[in-house]
Every structure is written in structure tokens, then in C-alpha cells.
Ligand binder design. Sequence first.
Ligand SMILES: Nc1ncnc2c1ncn2[C@@H]1O[C@H](COP(=O)(O)OP(=O)(O)OP(=O)(O)O)[C@@H](O)[C@H]1O
Ligand SMILES: O=P(O)(O)OC[C@H]1O[C@H](OP(=O)(O)OP(=O)(O)O)[C@H](O)[C@@H]1O
Ligand SMILES: [Mg+2]
Length: 285
Amino acid sequence: MTNGNLLRIALPNKGALSTAASEMLREAGYRQRTDSKELSLLDTANGVEFFYLRPRDIALYVGEGTLDIGITGRDLLLDSGSVAEESMQLGFGRSKFRFAARPGVLESLAELRGKRIATSYVGVVQRYLDEQRIEASVVHLDGAVETSIQLGVADVIADVVETGSTLKQAGLVIVGDVIMESEAVLITRAGAEPEGLTAFKRRLEGVLVARSYLMMDYDIPMDRVEEAVKLTPGLESPTVSPLHREGWVAVRSMVPSDGAQRLMDDLYELGARAILLTDIHACRL
Ligand SMILES: Nc1ncnc2c1ncn2[C@@H]1O[C@H](COP(=O)(O)OP(=O)(O)OP(=O)(O)O)[C@@H](O)[C@H]1O
Ligand SMILES: O=P(O)(O)OC[C@H]1O[C@H](OP(=O)(O)OP(=O)(O)O)[C@H](O)[C@@H]1O
Ligand SMILES: [Mg+2]
């Protein structure tokens, strides 16, 4: 690591991952650029420096050790062939990598043999073809690959699919199974443990937990508390506090956001009252 003890972090400068990555870092308490033209940003109070780079190039910088860590897509990491490694899943930028063609052109991926496949992810596609021992020609395009079929440059495309609306617009249908599932990931260099990495990861983990859990409070008669805490076991152990009202206690526990309303109904049925749900802004487990 250069530049004193600053942890040097690569972030997507534009594209599908950029806004969500910056948002996550802001939630983790880091400074982020306010102008999308800024190329890098120092956050000395938190011991980090951010470099805003093309998501495609991020694995290269991290793999070569020029930068300590980065946020990019799992598919882009694999495509780059970099020695950088996935160190943490970040839960946004989810997509599936798939083959598609005009209806009737291809029944299964076994029929890819001899076809012209257009993609921006040559590394991912070639690796798949090699694994399956299929010989086909790969046409490298920078983007808008769906249009290449209409323009006669390819028979098949291989691309990121999120909602599927781009494929639909181009009149293409998915062929075969999902080649890979991707999401934004934190990447590091194999074997490297830069100073500050553990603290940085703990902050991001805090954001992931704060996003997927809520804080629940409720009052309940003491003789029901065992049943109630079985429904709300929390991550460590729920806090049970005495109440002024005799025979009642207050319970506080983290609960998964998914299904929290249903949990409130169940607790009410059990006799709980004053059931409150509040957001968690930040946490360290
Ligand atoms: N709807 C989406 N479109 C494209 N990429 C997506 C989508 N949803 C998630 N991703 C992920 O975002 C990453 C690609 O990011 P980005 O769109 O910035 O790359 P790009 O298409 O190569 O760049 P650009 O379109 O800016 O030239 C991949 O990891 C991909 O899986
Ligand atoms: O399934 P969907 O929700 O339609 O999203 C997938 C589409 O979005 C991306 O394109 P992008 O907008 O990044 O343009 P590009 O192809 O020029 O990179 C990707 O390459 C697909 O074309
Ligand atoms: Mg794109």
C-alpha cells in the first residue's frame, strides 16, 4: 500500500453499479463524491482513498496490486481473468448471464457449435465454450449486443439479463440455463491483507445487516415471554427488561425485514401490545 496508510479503493465510475456502490459507502459512513466528474476522493478521517474507474477495469487494478480493494460485478471479475478474488457479496447489481437468439434458431446450448456469438463478455463466454468443448466464433462488441443479430453480425448473443426487457424489445428469447449469477462484490488480491481491510468489511457488513433487519420492541405478559422470544430470537439474544406494570416485560430484538409485519400479527395474537418496528441506521455485529 502506498500513500501513507490509506486503504486505496476502486469504485465504479458509471454504469449499473455506480450509484448503488456509492450509496452503500455513504451508508457505511464514508465520504463520496458529489460531482460524477471527480476521478478520486480522499477521506482521510476514515483512512481511505477512492478511485472512480470503469467497472470493467477494476479487477485489473486490484489484481495487479495497484489498488488494495475494489467493488465490481462478479461477471466482470471472471471476464477480466484477473487474479483478484471475491471477498464479500454486496447484495446489489444482481443479474444473470444468458444466451439468447431469435425464436427457433437454437433449441439448446449444445447447438452453439459453429455459431457466431456476440458478447461484451468474451472471457465468460470463451470459458463456458471451453468447459463444454464447443467450438464457436465469438464476436466481441462493446455493448448493445442485442442489435447485432438484426444487423447480421451474429446468430446468438450472450449478455447480462436483468428484467429481460431488452431481449424482448429485440425479439430474442433465452436459450438454455443460466451461465452465471452475478452481483456486486468486494474484491481483493489473493493472499493480500491490506491494513484496514477488516474494519472496512465490518462497516459494509453493518450496512447489509442494517438493510435487512429492523428493530422490534413489544410489551408482553411475563408468562408468555418464552413463547414470544422463540418468534423473535434476535441475532445474539433478545433484551428483556422489567416494566412498571406488574407481570409484564418489554422485549427488544432485531428481526428480518422480510416477514416483519406477519411477525407483528403473531405477537399480537400471543398477547403482545405496543409492538413497534424501527429502522436500524447502522450497526456493527
Ligand atoms: N441491467 C443491467 N445492465 C447491465 N449490467 C447490469 C445490470 N444489472 C446489473 N448489472 C451488472 O453491472 C455490471 C455491468 O456494469 P456496466 O453497465 O457499468 O457495464 P457495461 O455495460 O460494460 O458498461 P457501459 O454500459 O457503461 O459501457 C455487471 O456486473 C452486471 O452484471
Ligand atoms: O434485462 P434488462 O433489464 O433489459 O437489462 C439488461 C440490459 O442492460 C444492459 O445494457 P446497458 O444498458 O448497460 O447497455 P450496453 O449493452 O450498451 O452496455 C445489458 O447489456 C443488457 O442489454
Ligand atoms: Mg452497460
